[in-house]
Design a binder for this molecule. Structure first.
Ligand code: 1CP
Length: 340
């Protein structure tokens, strides 16, 4: 491994330089990605063609000079593997033909297996061999609650009121669905690790719309199960976006790294999550600002996080209209930060 900064920082070590990557680095912002998209019918064809998924994964490593690659895929591979098909509508996002509303619907879902996500396994193997140890490869999945939200709503939502209604009115049914998603996700992540993923991230993108009580009943226990199954194999990064109202409970997860969003002060995050490595947390919108602002906000962030057991990143995915040069500047500013 030529550059294992990310893996060492995830294990809590002090590194000679701070590793940096960006959530959603592999799509949307890069010109090469747009060209790749023009070659295919739709987003899913890109995800399901290992040579193209590999190309999309490698582009940011070249173009942005980041310290990790994240496999080009989507969290919605899991519902599809369970038998719930979706389309990715141009500039609208995911759309499921059917949604899960009843016990019968849940019984009709399968616990996915390798044949349902073999294209991801192949993409990881190919990417791993192309990377040839240049930087580590990150695997990922959505958290069970976040996947549940898409499976019950059928698409993105502002309120996720259909998903939340099930939590309050049919809690047993909700747990049955969450359990099935969790079993699938554990198998899916283990297959990613066997194929060559060296670290995995769990995106709980919609954790923040729950109350602390609901979060601790319907999201966190399932994330905990996945961490317990995976963290002995590779480091797990748990990213409980917006859910830091439950920080005390999150701190108990059996994961190596906690991903922090911009709503938490970095030095406070250190106090909350004592023994863990941290990742984050610059507001992506800082990258719209001029270079000197990006530099001072990035260096200020690092100073507060400290340099041991720290992975620099944004507090959520990079937005499609952020200029690539500004993203590159952010990466450089992290790399230039003097570690004493
Ligand atoms: O760096 C990367 O881009 C790697 C690949 C990646 C990842 C990690 C993609 C490709 N998606 C994801 C994760 C993902 N997908 C999340 C979790 C991260 C987050 O919170 O941002 C979520 C919530 C999704 C679901 C999803 N996929 C949406 C959101 C819809 C909503 O409800 O707001 C959308 C629009 C997608 C499509 C998608 N996934 C990935 C890309 C590059 C795109 C854009 C589609 C395109 O190119 O046409």
């Amino acid at each position: 491994m030529k550059n294992d900064l990310l893996l060492r920082a995830a294990r809590g070590e002090k590194t000679e330089r701070i590793p940096v990557w960006l959530m959603r680095q592999a799509g949307r912002i890069l010109p090469g990605y747009r060209k790749l998209r023009e070659k295919v019918k739709d987003f899913k064809e890109l995800v399901k063609t290992p040579t193209l998924a590999c190309e999309a994964t490698l582009e940011p490593v070249q173009a942005l000079d980041v310290d990790a690659a994240i496999i080009f895929s989507d969290i919605l591979v899991v519902p599809e593997a369970m038998g719930l098909d979706y389309e990715m509508l141009e500039s609208k996002g995911p759309m499921f033909e059917k949604t899960i509303q009843s016990k019968k619907d849940i019984d009709g879902l399968r616990i996915g297996s390798i044949e349902n996500w073999n294209y991801v396994v192949e993409a990881i193997k190919l990417t791993k061999s192309e990377l040839n140890g240049k930087v580590p490869l990150i695997g990922f999945a959505g958290s069970p609650w976040t996947i549940f939200a898409y499976m019950t709503e059928g698409k993105g939502s502002k309120t996720f009121s259909i998903a939340k209604r099930m939590l309050y009115s049919e809690p047993e049914m909700a747990h049955a669905l969450l359990d099935k998603i969790t079993q699938t996700t554990i198998k899916y992540l283990k297959d990613q690790v066997n194929a060559g993923a060296q670290i995995v991230q769990l995106f709980d993108s919609w954790g923040g719309i729950l109350s602390p009580e609901s979060y601790e009943e319907f999201s966190l226990p399932y994330i905990a199960k996945i961490c317990d199954e995976l963290n002995g194999l590779v480091p797990v990064i748990a990213f409980p976006k917006g859910a830091f109202f439950s920080a005390k409970e999150i701190a108990k997860l059996n994961c190596s790294v906690i991903g922090i969003d911009w709503t938490v002060n970095p030095s406070e995050a250190r106090t909350l999550f004592g023994g863990k490595s941290l990742q984050g947390n610059l507001d992506p919108c800082v990258l719209y600002a001029e270079p000197s602002v990006i530099r001072s906000k990035t260096h200020n962030m690092i100073e507060q996080f400290g340099t041991k057991g720290y992975i620099a990143n944004l507090g959520h995915g990079v937005y499609p209209d952020i200029p690539v040069d500004n993203v590159r500047h952010f990466v450089e500013c992290v790399k230039q930060y003097p570690v004493k």
